[in-house]
Design a binder for this molecule. Structure first.
Ligand code: AMP
Length: 192
């Protein structure tokens, strides 16, 4: 299996690049943001709980997200060549829980690709995306809150994977193609 985490702040291009990597390496894309938005749209109990946090730019509680990932892994792990996690883990507790879930299935994370983008560029990109995405959290006030959550709770996840020697920093500004080439090169090093 080939299992990757695409890491970085909101607006760093994780969704776009995950879609490209999925196509190239035939992986299963797991985006907790997309899964939560689906639950929200269907107005399931989980979706309604998540909505209260998402619409304010706050992280959804760990137990909600970890439960969702756990059932996705149970349903998919035996069917796929590998996973690309996008927007997960977003806290150290989630990273620890993921390691436990994967250990149990004798699967490892091979690499964590971290996209680095400055805050001003992030805000610019998300405001621009908000014009077409229809996402209620793509407005400037909510974006600033999402970036604050990222700095306080998510940035420490990078250190967690740095200690496991899995973190690779990639400059996330430039064209989609240029960044994709850098990501691909990192994945190809892993392949025999
Ligand atoms: P995203 O599409 O990844 O930017 O996620 C949109 C929103 O969904 C975030 O602002 C959070 O409210 C929520 N969310 C997505 N993934 C997670 C996660 N791993 N942990 C907690 N909240 C999450």
């Amino acid at each position: 299996m080939l299992n990757l985490i695409l890491f970085g702040p909101p607006g760093s291009g994780k969704g776009t690049q995950a879609a490209n990597l999925v196509d190239k390496f035939n992986l299963k894309h797991i985006s907790t943001g997309n899964l939560l938005r689906e639950e929200k749209a269907k107005e399931t109990p989980l979706g309604l709980e998540a909505k209260r946090f998402m619409d304010q730019g706050l992280l959804v509680p760990d137990e909600v997200v970890i439960g969702m990932i756990s059932s996705t892994l149970d349903n998919e792990a035996h069917k796929v060549k590998g996973f690309i996690f996008d927007g997960f883990p977003r806290t150290v507790a989630q990273a620890e829980a993921l390691d436990k879930l994967l250990d149990f299935k004798e699967i490892i994370i091979d690499k964590v690709l971290s996209l680095n983008v400055t805050e001003e560029e992030l805000v610019k990109r998300i405001v621009h995306r908000g014009k077409t995405s229809g996402r209620v959290d793509d407005n400037e006030a909510t974006i600033r809150q999402r970036i604050t959550e990222y700095e306080n709770k998510t940035a420490p996840v990078a250190e967690f994977y740095q200690k496991q020697h899995k973190l690779v920093n990639i400059a996330g500004e430039g064209s989609v193609d240029e960044i994709f080439k850098k990501l691909t090169a990192q994945v190809e090093i892993l392949q025999p």
